[in-house]
Structure formats: C-alpha cells, structure tokens
Design a protein around this ligand. Structure first.
Ligand code: R5P
Length: 310
C-alpha cells in the first residue's frame, strides 16, 4: 500500500500515515510560476495499491486539480489501483438543478475524478447520500457520527441532551446521531429568503431547559448555526452546542461564531483548520484520522468498511 498526500490537508495525511504505520510516499506537488500544478511521484508505485489523500476544500479548484494531476501521474506510473480519499468533497452542495439552466456540478466533478483514472473513492459525510451514485466507480461514504457521538458522551451531561437539526433537510442525519446518544430530537424550521442568508422561523419540539446539540454536515458562513442557536435560546434552551463534520468556515465565519451565543462548535479535521479556527475560544477540532486510516486499511485488505459503523 502507498499513501500520497496533496496539499489540502497535510496534517491529516500525516496522522493517517501514523495510524497505519505507513509513511507518505515521496512526492512533489507544487506550482509553476504561473500557478499551474506540477506533480512528481518520487518513488516506484508500479503495481501498488495507492491511496491519494486530498480534500477538495478551499481553494477548491486548485485542490481538485492537484487530485486529478496526482492521479494522472500515478496512472502513468502503473499504479495497480488508485483510491481517492476525499474527506471533504467540495461542490457537493451543487447536487441538483435549483433553477432552469443551472449545472449539476457535483456530478460533473465526480465524472472528472473517475475519468482522470481514480478506481475508487473514500469520502466522509457527503452532503447528500445519493451523491455516492454520481460516481460510476465504487464509492464508500463514511460517517463521522460514531466519532461525534463519542465526543458528546465524553463532554456533555447525559440527562439533558437534545439533538437539533438546524433545518428540515438535515433531519435524517440528526436523528441518526440522536439515536446513537439516546437523546430526543428537535427541528428548526428554517426559511431562506435569499441565497446566502438564512432565517429561523420556529422550533418543532420542546427545547426548554435542554442542552441542545445542533448537528449538520457543513458549517460555511455560520449563518445557519448562529441563527438556530439564537432561536433555540429564545425558546428556552439552557445552552447550545454544535457538532458539524466539515468546517468550511469561509469569509467571516470564525468571527461570527466567536461572537455568537454558541457555547462550543465542534468540527472535524476533514478540512485543515486555519490559524483563526485554532485560536477561536469556542471552536474545537476532533480528528477523523483513525476513522479514515481504518477505512483505508480495510479497503487495502478487502475487508468490510460498513462494519465500522455497526
Ligand atoms: C445546507 O444544506 C448545509 O447542510 C448547511 O446547513 C449549510 O451549508 C450551512 O451553511 P451556512 O453555515 O453558510 O449557513
């Protein structure tokens, strides 16, 4: 087995390498002066089972291009099998046509990745499960839920917990986590008036006196979370936490969350945390390296990946 890392999240790739006790393959992934991507795999990969670790996170297009070019280099170097390990799959939110004459970019990106020569994909908490079907190659969609549930049990008082979906679309995900930690479920009925803005309307469920745990796949601007936290507190919640798999946190999101009433936002390292994230007083990062490492190991030995979530 060989592990190759792009530049999107080197610390995560190193943690996965430590978990598996397999060193990262020697490779150069750098830029020419005009910012074109240049890749050189500096060790033999002929006949190898290669895992390329690369989130297609900000800057999304650059990191996607790195993944494609690394794949091309490996294919031309006669790797036996190439698995793209994409802890955060960018473009996932463009998974349908919200209006006439708009693209389905998630499908396009899936096509490009497969055409580049990737044989299989290992990803985490896709924005919508059916995106798995956009790839015409075997794709495993792992779940962060067991890691999040373990952290909740370690940090939050059991009796008073309530899981909350910040919108109707996230109910299935929130219910799955609620089941794991044996907590009731509430839902924020959110209406989005304009793209990029979110507005909380009302809460389905009695949250008074509860320690609420907002659960979602992505925190981007932070608007959804901050508005949901305000609505929950206005409805009598005692405190509000958030557990989110992918900390996209673009623009002024970190400052927005730091200045919000959220007691703590817990994210994973599927996207490399920025310095601002690391020093924020109410953001904590937990690692998916053991989960990704275990899934890579099982893929390499052709053993069950789904049993990781039983
Ligand atoms: C939307 O469907 C996603 O699950 C998230 O709720 C959304 O991406 C969060 O975005 P923001 O943090 O910008 O409100």
């Amino acid at each position: 087995m060989k592990l190759v890392a792009g530049n999107s999240n080197r610390p995560l790739a190193e943690a996965i390498s430590a978990y598996l006790n397999v060193p990262l393959a020697k490779a150069q992934v750098k830029r020419f002066a005009d910012m074109e991507v240049f890749v050189e795999i500096q060790e033999n990969v002929r006949g190898e089972d290669v895992f390329v670790i690369q989130s297609t996170s900000f800057p999304t297009n650059d990191h996607l291009m790195e993944l494609l070019i690394i794949t091309d280099a490996l294919r031309r170097a006669s790797a036996r099998r190439i698995t793209a390990v994409i802890p955060y799959f960018g473009y996932a939110r463009q998974d349908r046509k919200p209006a006439a004459r708009t693209p389905i970019s998630a499908k396009l990106v899936a096509n490009i990745i497969a055409h580049a020569g990737v044989d299989r994909v290992l990803t985490l908490d896709l924005h919508a499960g059916q995106i798995q079907g956009f790839f015409d190659i075997p794709t495993d969609n792992l779940f962060a839920a067991p890691i999040l549930a373990r952290d909740i049990k370690e940090h939050l008082d059991g009796g008073n917990r309530m899981v909350v979906s910040p919108d109707v679309g996230g109910v299935v995900r929130a219910r799955a986590l609620a089941k794991r930690i044996d907590a009731p479920l509430a839902i924020v009925d959110k209406r989005r008036e304009r793209p990029g803005e979110s507005e909380v309307m009302n809460i389905i469920g009695d949250v008074s006196g509860r320690s609420c745990i907002l659960v979602d796949d992505i925190v981007d601007s932070g608007g959804t979370l901050v508005n949901a936290a305000d609505a929950l507190l206005a409805n009598g919640a005692r405190e509000v936490y958030a557990y989110i798999t992918h900390g996209v946190l673009s623009g002024g999101a970190v400052a927005r969350i730091a200045g919000s009433k959220l007691k703590e936002l817990v994210i994973t390292d599927s996207i490399m945390p920025t310095e601002a994230v690391k020093v924020a007083h109410n953001i904590r990062v937990i690692s998916i390296a053991p989960l990704m490492g275990e899934a890579i190991g099982r893929t390499a030995t052709e053993s069950s990946v789904s049993s990781l979530f039983d």
